[in-house]
Design a protein around this ligand. Structure first.
Ligand code: NAP
Length: 339
């Protein structure tokens, strides 16, 4: 059966600060006929990720912004409906980058076939996909945790943070997680097996973090910035490594940041403690480390050394609200929309 159009969510306007539902618009659009080398996809699952907030903004960044009226970008798991690429046949499940829409035409060369017998297909958007890889590459390449060291990570119940802590433990380090609220903290400790967990909403977060890190912090995997960074900074050890992965606490910020300029204090500590602070975008490591990641992570999941949690929301129409909540910690695990 031929599919002639797609229901899609486009960027209607750019947010100032916190996004609102009015920044998104749902519409129906005709699909082009598939050409040689292309496939027609029915989207089954859409990944929602913090980086999408950056795409909604026109500010200069590592990737071009989504234009007004364009489909919101995003990783997807899809079923092939029609194919003019001999590598794919109807019924195949694939990882694609089709964005917030029900159907899409894609180049076969840009798809990866998924085997639902080897792992649930949603894991290709989370623990076995981009977020899991981000944790793996950022922690092992920049963080370089060693046995007995202390690794701290915030957003510890999410797909990046939970993988960071579990990989740190596989490498023999102590993992200290930071998460929002008692339910997330209990899950991070009891299911993900972190050695200690601190609630960043606790008024004494800094004191509790210091108590949980009696030998200081050797690796701080930076996911959030803000008041978590303020608590971590005085605890960093000489030669500490700080992979800067994300700053979700400031993605909705507008204007200048409050408070005195702390750059001189930061630079003094970078010098006197020989700190390594290194930002990264995961894709710079994909060519070199993608295959080893998929092999090692699949083994760790099979062995039970790495566990994961997904938060699945039903219906494309609910994607905007779920995404707005992601930036405020309303998700609990890897946020995925089931279409
Ligand atoms: N560099 C890269 O290539 C790359 C790739 C993927 C992801 N990332 C970054 O990695 C980070 C984690 O991504 P993810 O997909 O795993 O997200 P996630 O953990 O599923 O969701 C973001 C989490 O951030 C926490 N958060 C939000 N505001 C906060 C605040 N003010 N203080 C402390 N925590 C706050 C919330 O958890 P709590 O309820 O626990 O606070 C929220 O659930 C993000 O910064 C993302 O941009 C970077």
């Amino acid at each position: 059966m031929s599919q002639s159009d797609s229901v899609r969510i486009v960027l209607a306007s750019r947010p100032e600060g916190r996004p609102s539902p009015q920044n998104f618009r749902q519409e129906r659009a005709a699909l082009p006929a598939i050409a040689e080398g292309q496939v027609l996809l029915k989207i089954l699952y859409l990944s929602l990720d913090p980086y999408m907030r950056g795409r909604m903004s026109a500010a200069k960044s590592y990737a071009a912004p989504t234009e007004i009226g364009q489909v919101m970008e995003g990783g997807t798991v899809a079923e092939v409906l029609e194919s003019r690429d001999p590598a794919f046949k109807p019924g195949d499940l694939v990882l694609s980058y089709s964005g917030w829409q029900s159907h899409a035409v894609a180049e076969g060369a840009q798809l990866r076939k998924l085997d639902p017998k080897s792992a649930p297909v949603t894991t290709a958007l989370g623990v076995l996909g981009m977020p899991g890889f981000t944790a793996y590459a950022g922690l092992l390449t920049i963080g370089q945790p060693k046995p007995g060291e202390t690794v701290v990570v915030a957003a510890a119940s999410g797909p990046v943070g939970s993988a960071v802590g579990q990989i740190a433990r596989i490498k023999g380090a102590r993992a200290v997680g930071i998460a929002g609220g008692p339910e997330k903290c209990a899950f991070v400790r009891d299911t993900f097996g972190f050695d200690a967990v601190i609630d960043h909403r606790d008024p004494d977060m800094a004191g509790k973090l210091a108590a949980a890190c009696p030998s200081g912090i050797d690796v701080y995997f930076e996911n959030v910035g803000g008041h978590v960074w303020d608590a971590v900074f005085p605890l960093l050890n000489t030669f500490a490594r700080i992979p800067v992965c994300g700053l979700v606490a400031q993605y909705n910020a507008t204007g200048d940041f409050p408070g005195p300029d702390r750059l001189p204090v930061l630079m003094r500590q970078v010098l006197s403690k020989s700190l390594t602070i290194r930002g990264f975008i995961q894709r710079e490591f994909v060519a070199a480390q993608g295959p080893s990641f998929r092999e090692e992570m699949a083994r760790w999941i099979a062995d039970g050394a790495v566990k994961y949690k997904e938060d699945v929301v039903a219906g494309l129409e609910n994607a905007p609200e779920a995404f707005i909540g992601l930036l405020e910690g309303k998700n609990f695990g890897k946020l995925i929309v089931k279409l």
